[in-house]
Design a protein around this ligand. Sequence first.
Ligand SMILES: Cc1cc2nc3c(=O)[nH]c(=O)nc-3n(C[C@H](O)[C@H](O)[C@H](O)COP(=O)(O)OP(=O)(O)OC[C@H]3O[C@@H](n4cnc5c(N)ncnc54)[C@H](O)[C@@H]3O)c2cc1C
Ligand code: FES
Length: 241
Amino acid sequence: MYSIIRKRKLAEDTYLMEIEAPRIAKSALPGQFVIVKTTERGERIPLTIVDYDRDKCITLIFKAIGLSTREMASMGEGDSFKDVVGPLGRASNLVSLTDNELADYRVAFVAGGIGIAPVYPQVKWLYEHGNRPDVIAGAKTKSLLFYTDELQKMSDLHVVTDDESYGMKGMVTDCLRNILENGVRYDEIVAVGSMIMMKFVVELAREFSIPCTVSLNSLMVDGTGMCGACRVTIGGKTKFK
Ligand SMILES: Cc1cc2nc3c(=O)[nH]c(=O)nc-3n(C[C@H](O)[C@H](O)[C@H](O)COP(=O)(O)OP(=O)(O)OC[C@H]3O[C@@H](n4cnc5c(N)ncnc54)[C@H](O)[C@@H]3O)c2cc1C
Ligand code: FES
């Protein structure tokens, strides 16, 4: 039951786990997530479904930043989760576009650090439907980056680090601005990362009149829309994560 089939360290404090969960894998779509519990009394941890093998397992990538994610990081292959609930949440809007619509749809993903994890399944989906998006992936330093080889296969990848240890020096917004100032136009920009990074991506997108989607990781309880914990107010309207 929800056993860890494979565990791999991808980057500093960042781990990949394949978890046996065939029923979740069968219907998961890019943009959806699961809530996992390590033990009966464990905290509920929301994590994006990064990949899936339809009859077998789901892939999660997480950063060990606090009590529960560190506890997860101490688990190994053969260990089991008490609970894995999902798939939860709405799928990315991109999955509702037809292959015809996707043929001319130009998307740029902007991913900061662990934000690469939620971006990856959307990029993979587009690639498998004949689209090749741009991806700008950024981190403080090279040791925090992961999945660059995978993304390179499926997208036009731009890597940015604060210390120039990999790719261009600077911030993801510097890279995006360069691209936009060179005349490239997107139908949509999708940003996943820290709140401050997403704020500056939104401002840049607004400057160039490009629709922008961001991923708000508000604190969650049930993950089903019942408890209201993840409510946010956007433009005077209440929305759920
Ligand atoms: C829908 C959703 C999908 C997510 N997907 C992923 C994923 O794929 N990979 C991944 O690594 N993380 C993801 N997260 C964040 C992850 O759930 C939290 O990092 C985790 O719950 C932290 O638990 P903890 O007990 O280890 O840390 P805690 O001890 O609870 O917190 C450590 C620090 O992180 C901050 N923090 C905790 N939760 C959040 C949050 N939701 N948003 C912003 N800051 C937070 C706390 O304020 C604190 O400063 C996702 C969150 C949501 C809501
Ligand atoms: S966590 Fe979103 S409504 Fe409960």
